[in-house]
Design a protein around this ligand. Sequence first.
Ligand code: ATP
Ligand code: MG
Length: 443
Amino acid sequence: MPIQDPPSPASAPVALQVIPREGHNISRKDISPNAVRVLYRLRDAGFAACLVGGAVRDLLVGGKPKDFDIATDATPEEVKSLFRNCRLIGRRFRLAHVVFGREIIEVATFRANTDDGSGDRELHEGGRLLRDNVYGTIEEDAVRRDFTANALYYAIEDFSVRDYVGGFEDVRNRVLKLIGDPEARYREDPVRMLRAVRLAAKLDFSIDPATAEPLPRLAPLLRESAPARLFEECLKMFLSGHAEASFLGLEKHGLLAALFPETAAALAANRSGALRRMLVEGLRGTDARVAAGEPVSPAFLFALLLWPAYCRQLMALQAQGMHAAEAQRRAADRVTLHQLQVVALPRRFSTPMQEIWLLQSRFGQRKRVGRLLAHPRFRAAFDFLALREVASPEHAEDVAFWREAQGDLAQDATEAGGDGDDEAGAPPARRRRRRRRSDGRTG
Ligand code: ATP
Ligand code: MG
């Protein structure tokens, strides 16, 4: 049943602070030319038009925005009438997308967050937001946003930054602060807890004490958020170049157990800390790949994040006397199934994730070398093995063996068509592999 009084009080009296062009570092040349075009078209049609949100925040700290969102007092229909290349999307939030080839500029109408009974807003019991499509003023639009740093407007009209919530000062102090009463804002949308950790990690901001305080207490609310949304948020946290810092933030603020319950339990039970070391090292590696522009995969990421849970489940099943191969399959299925209750990992990622786990046992056997090398998941599984060496040096020999085997494979490919006489100058590595392979067969 929708409740009457939203628990989030209308934020403190709004005092507009205008930072003129010479008071900030945002320049039109740092804004996507398409976004600038949209801003001017709106203004020329007599509407207010501002760059808003993450882009303003990122530009103020000298960063490179991912996308350029625009806020306006034009309705979505009015926006559509101004642009041929515009489509309206969304039910919960009606938005205009202005499409320029591969770049999409999102244009949102100022929205209010107050429930005066006139609008199209619904609150869930407990204060969770279900729908809000009530158009409002720019001030109302500002205070419904999450963090003060995310509620700054760059107005194309005079190139000023408009600040209704003290965000300009907070950005300067590199601090994330929720607008309004933190607990109420987290209850409205628990994903804001993850956004706090993620944005602090991404921007290297601190989290204001009053904004940080409720996190461990309210962490269980994350279980009420849509698993699909939590999956998206996980990708942003862990595949955008700040995975390690995000993970440390989740731990520090008591959110890890809410998001990855079985991994958190396994890490707590792992007294040597080896599993945690491996996990952190893996996330560091992910960050390095992102920084180098190399591809990163959700399957590998989740294999890493859930590996402690898998290991623990596997040990429990084997302790019950289950045969190794059966225990591995069961452990993989159980961990996946349990995690899906919280985070909706799509099957196209969970299947290769499980393959990465299940291939690990085959590295130690060193059998059917060629077949394993040809497995579509070999490379990912091998990288994973190399990471396990961080936790347990006993994998060093397997890593060396399979590294060599790959080298041989490359060598074989370049030598294809040769006379096949091994003794006539074949590199030692190659001969060694052949011997070991026959060892494997008889062992
Ligand atoms: P990123 O750098 O990851 O894109 P962002 O702050 O731009 O960070 P978006 O998800 O793109 O994040 O959201 C754009 C803006 O919408 C935010 O800056 C914020 O003003 C507002 N916003 C996003 N999510 C929420 C939320 N859960 N509650 C309130 N406001 C939000
Ligand atoms: Mg954004």
